[in-house]
Design a protein around this ligand. Sequence first.
Ligand code: MN
Length: 242
Amino acid sequence: MSDIVFISDLHLAPERPEIIRLFSNFVDEIAAQADTLYILGDFLEYWLGDDDPAPALAPVFNKLIELHEKYTTRVFFMHGNRDFLIGNRLAERCHFTLIDEPYSLKLQGKNALLMHGDTLCTDDVDYQKLRRMVRNPAWQQQVLAKSLKERIQLAKELREISQQSTTAKAEYIMDVNQQATDRVFIENDIDLLIHGHTHRPAVHHKLINNHETTRVVLGDWYKAGSYLRVKDTSDLVLQTYQ
Ligand code: MN
């Protein structure tokens, strides 16, 4: 029997020790039993490069190591818009496998696709422009060549830009665009899409081109944890963890 768990948008940061503790308990209670854990981005609130020793996040990284060594759960990691600078060095340190998006797999006999979700928010033109910049390998190389101190400053500036523009935007702009989302189902010939990013947890059922589809939106980890657990025949239900 397969047992697969999906999470995203934990936004783990030293400033929120209670969520780090929640994740730690989640590993012991839930992820430990699973064969595979998929982390679909924004696991960390920010990441400035694998050369940052980030001692305050050691409890998080040690828990991932424990998940691998003690519980033998495989961990697959997809970048979000906060932690896209995570690289192979951290992956090796924490024993996870980095995966590109979109990532396809079979789930309960269905064709499924995993994404972070930010590329579905096409109404947010400014954000998509920023995304193209920061996900460009040349830009990333340039940034990683800067000192850690300079990168801390740059991250602060990027966060401020993003906060200013977020407060000025209508709610719908921050959600997925329906046409872009339908297109993902059609072009990839999938039945099931699992993503995070919007912080609007839900299971959507929709008929697209006469084809029944399911879209699971994982929730964030602010007030409580959110996860999807898929066993062989289980219903797709979002669960809260606290
Ligand atoms: Mn995100």
